[in-house]
Design a binder for this molecule. Structure first.
Ligand code: FO1
Length: 319
């Protein structure tokens, strides 16, 4: 079975690692959000892309989920000792990735090409594709102004109240080579338990992505468990937008195929089992299981369950 997974951030990276550990690499493509990319110190930083690649390589920092393990901070300390900005934590080893990526981009290479080659060096076997080679920065609309994503997320610690999001220029951008082709060639598409608003929606906003997904069984895993996000501001975003954060809200956000939306199947946590019937009423097949990924065994177990559920979903769509 060929799988295309849409991912962004730490939750997406964890499930992507589970998928990579239980499914043949040549049958797995991971398409990653780049809406949170930005320039800092003149360098191109791709946080979600690096989080997914580092995690697939087993090199991620286990306490933060982002950045590299066994990191040191000499460069950042040197910068701050002469008055430079300290709000974005770039470690010494991580800095190497940004330096080399920026050098190659300036030499005219594409982000998708560079990512493929970095993945070879890091022994990441599944194909990892940034959603676009074009810059498509996510803008957070707040009560008082519009903020660049990392300004909102890291510098202001997600404190401003959100009113909405803009995926600047996505209609003028193209999905990176391989994005639409791998969705078209997939038997199933998995929407990882990433933030729907700022990790998955930027991918869906690119021209051609929604229509490519239209012909496929698509399964989403809820990043909201018991009204809270496992990590990050997804639950806070739902409530600031006037929606009670729950798996039902996530399922309604993506919509069911039957109702003109995206999904055929939905995976949610045991603690939310009481919502199963309401989500089924949207026209979705629902799997209720333990979706919390505490360690590597959980990631593999959940990935196996999602793949088996995907096979059931395909059979239902065929019959
Ligand atoms: N997140 C933080 O909360 N604080 C940081 O200082 C920080 C630094 C950082 C450096 C490299 C990188 O790849 C990611 C980094 N992140 C940091 C995470 C990142 O900004 C967000 O988690 C994502 O953009 C949202 O998915």
């Amino acid at each position: 079975m060929k799988i295309a997974a849409l991912a962004g951030g730490v939750g997406g990276a964890k499930l992507a690692q589970g998928l990579a550990r239980c499914h043949p690499a040549e049958k797995l493509t991971i398409i990653v959000n780049t809406g949170d990319d930005f320039e800092h110190f003149g360098l191109k930083i791709c946080p979600d892309l690096d989080t997914v690649c580092y995690t697939l390589a087993g090199m991620e920092n286990p306490s933060t989920g982002w950045g590299l393990r066994d990191e040191t901070w000499n460069a950042l300390q040197a910068v701050t000792s002469i008055g430079g900005p300290d709000w974005f934590g770039i470690g010494d080893k991580d800095l190497g990735t940004h330096l080399e990526r920026t050098r190659r981009l300036r030499a005219g290479e594409t982000l998708s090409g560079i990512t493929r080659e970095f993945c070879n060096f890091w022994s990441v076997e599944p194909l990892v594709i940034p959603m676009s080679d074009d810059a498509v920065p996510t803008v957070v609309i707040t009560e008082s102004n519009e903020l660049d994503f990392q300004d909102y997320f890291v510098r202001q610690k997600c404190e401003p109240q959100v009113k909405g999001f803009k995926f600047s220029g996505s209609h003028r951008s193209k999905p990176a080579p391989g994005v639409l082709e791998n969705i078209d060639g997939a038997d199933i598409v998995i929407v990882c338990p990433s933030n729907p608003w700022v990790s998955i929606d930027p991918i869906l906003a690119l021209p051609g992505v929604r229509s490519a997904l239209g012909g496929k069984p698509v399964i989403a895993i809820s990043p909201i468990i018991g009204g809270k996000a496992v990590k990050g501001p997804a639950a806070k975003m739902f409530s600031e937008l006037g929606i009670k954060a729950s798996p039902l809200a996530v399922a309604e956000h993506y919509g069911s195929r039957q109702g003109g939306g995206l999904l055929s199947g939905f995976v949610m946590d045991d603690v939310d089992a009481a919502l199963k019937a309401k989500i089924e009423n949207l026209g979705l097949l629902v799997l209720v299981t333990d979706t919390l990924m505490r360690g590597s065994e959980d990631r593999i177990r959940l990935a196996r369950q999602v793949i088996a559920f995907g096979e059931t979903t395909i059979r239902r769509e065929v019959s």
